[in-house]
Structures are given as structure tokens and as C-alpha cells.
Design a protein around this ligand. Structure first.
Ligand SMILES: [Zn+2]
Length: 113
């Protein structure tokens, strides 16, 4: 999978800037950018209400991996829900491709219904 590898390599190059901006956001932002409620920074991962850094536009949708403008404070649970929703949408658009009429039972007797 050369696609995912190159994306990981790109992210690695942005790691230093991401760390700097992560600290900047933790020091300057108080509320979750997804639900708008306060974030308790004393809670630690993997607590669902712990503080995480969310990519406003996901990296796999062309968002910048480390730019301060694309990062925001978010609850761990909100961040996870957001990515679940995005992957769910991808699955939904893929679904019609795998549906086949050949999966219908050929020997079913429709007259008995
Ligand atoms: Zn939240």
C-alpha cells in the first residue's frame, strides 16, 4: 500500500510543528471545537472526556497535518465520533458496488407467498 505509507511519511515530517501547535492549543483553548463544551485538561487519555487535538479538515481529506489553522482542541470521544462518522460515510458510498443480484435465491418459489 504505497498510498498510506507516503501519507505517514508526510505526517512524520510535520511532527515537530504538530507538537509545537498541540502545546499552543492546550495552553490557549478551553472548549471542545466539536461540541463547544469545556475540556478538562487534567483528564488523561483514554478517558472519553480527555483533551485531544482534532484536525478540523481530516488529513485524508486534504487537511493540513500540522498547521495551527487546521487544529483545534477536542474531547477524545468527540474526535472519535467525528472520525467514525467520516468512515461511515465512506462505507455508505461504497456499498452499492458490492450489492449483486446474483446473491438473490434462484430457486425461490414466488407463488407460495
Ligand atoms: Zn466535545
Amino acid at each position: 500500500m504505497p498510498d498510506t505509507r507516503s501519507r505517514a511519511e508526510v505526517f512524520k515530517g510535520h511532527r515537530g510543528q504538530f507538537e509545537t501547535n498541540r502545546k499552543r492549543i492546550l495552553a490557549s483553548q478551553e472548549v471542545c471545537g466539536i461540541c463547544g463544551r469545556p475540556v478538562d485538561k487534567s483528564l488523561k487519555y483514554p478517558h472519553p472526556m480527555s483533551a485531544t487535538i482534532d484536525h478540523i479538515i481530516p488529513i485524508n481529506q486534504g487537511g493540513h497535518p500540522s498547521d495551527l489553522a487546521n487544529l483545534q482542541l477536542a474531547h477524545f470521544c468527540c474526535n472519535r465520533q467525528k472520525s467514525d462518522k467520516l468512515s461511515g460515510q465512506r462505507q455508505f458510498t461504497k456499498a452499492p458496488e458490492v450489492v449483486s443480484n446474483r446473491l438473490l435465491p434462484q430457486t425461490f418459489d414466488w407463488h407460495t407467498v
